[in-house]
Design a protein. Structure first.
Length: 273
């Protein structure tokens, strides 16, 4: 299942439930763009999760278009995805990932169990207590749970240039107030998920990992991705167009390209024997 403020988190704090549903549903309106533009997860994260798991049977919760699941599949794992949006699930299937359509809390594993449960930029959409209980049900003893998000770490000049555009175009919007969230902004998500694991009584002490990496973007690549960011897909067309124009001009002023620094933040634990 695809996402933090304003880009990679489909959790919009303080937003009405109907608006949250609209944001969640917006991700499946252009699955090709979502899959084409969203950043992948570092090989270091995939390899560390695989190396510290007891086996290679993986359940991908909130599989979206298969970005995380296919990375684990390429690393030699057998992966099943669970995704509530049928449009995204179908896209992932076309790319070669086996996916079942369901909310994870409602999904019937039919007795199947796994060595590893992953969730890339999606666990914040799942009830932390019910999700942890379901994870304990489907993980084998000693199995690893690893949930992770990509966080922005923009250089100051990039952050300032983009913030100025949001302030001008969307001064009253939560998309402007949230800014470009760095790893610290994920603390509440990680705490919430960690508390859920603790309340389940089925997991060991959680660990947190962080992997820093960079990606270069052209003007066209960044503008292609921007409409997929959380909340952007529900903006009025004129606001989105103004935002794209302003951000494009900001990237032009940087020479038509820039480097976005990222950190992939991981919360992980193992199921008690």
């Amino acid at each position: 299942m695809p996402t933090l403020p304003p880009a990679h988190d489909r959790r919009l704090t303080g937003t009405a439930p109907h608006a949250l549903r609209a944001v969640a549903e917006s991700y499946g309106t252009d699955t090709e763009r979502y899959d084409r533009t969203r950043p992948r997860y570092p090989d270091a994260v995939v390899q560390r999760v695989v190396a510290t798991s007891p086996g290679r049977d993986v359940l991908d919760v909130g599989a979206g278009t298969g970005i995380a699941g296919l990375a684990f599949q390429a690393a030699g794992c057998a992966v099943l995805g669970v995704e509530p949006d049928a449009r995204m699930a179908e896209f992932a299937r076309r790319k070669g990932l086996d996916v079942e359509v369901a909310k994870f809390e409602d999904w019937d594993p039919a007795g199947r169990t796994y060595d590893t449960l992953i969730s890339g930029t999606a666990w914040h959409w799942i009830d932390p207590v019910a999700g942890a209980a379901r994870a304990a049900r489907v993980l084998r003893p000693g199995g690893r749970l690893a949930v992770f998000w990509n966080a922005f770490r923009p250089a100051p000049e990039v952050a300032e240039a983009f913030a100025a555009v949001y302030a001008r175009v969307l001064p009253e919007s939560p998309l402007y107030r949230r800014g470009m969230a760095g790893p610290g902004a994920y603390a509440s998500l990680i705490t919430r998920a960690s508390d859920g694991l603790g309340r389940s009584g089925a997991f060991g002490e959680p660990e947190q990992w962080e992997v820093a990496w960079d990606r270069d973007y052209t003007r066209e690549e960044w503008l292609d991705q921007l409409p997929t960011f959380g909340g952007h897909g529900t903006l009025p067309r004129e606001d989105l167009d103004a935002l794209l124009t302003g951000i494009g001009e900001a990237v032009d002023a940087m020479g038509g390209r820039f480097t976005m620094r990222y950190a992939t933040v991981v919360l992980t634990s193992t199921r008690a024997s």
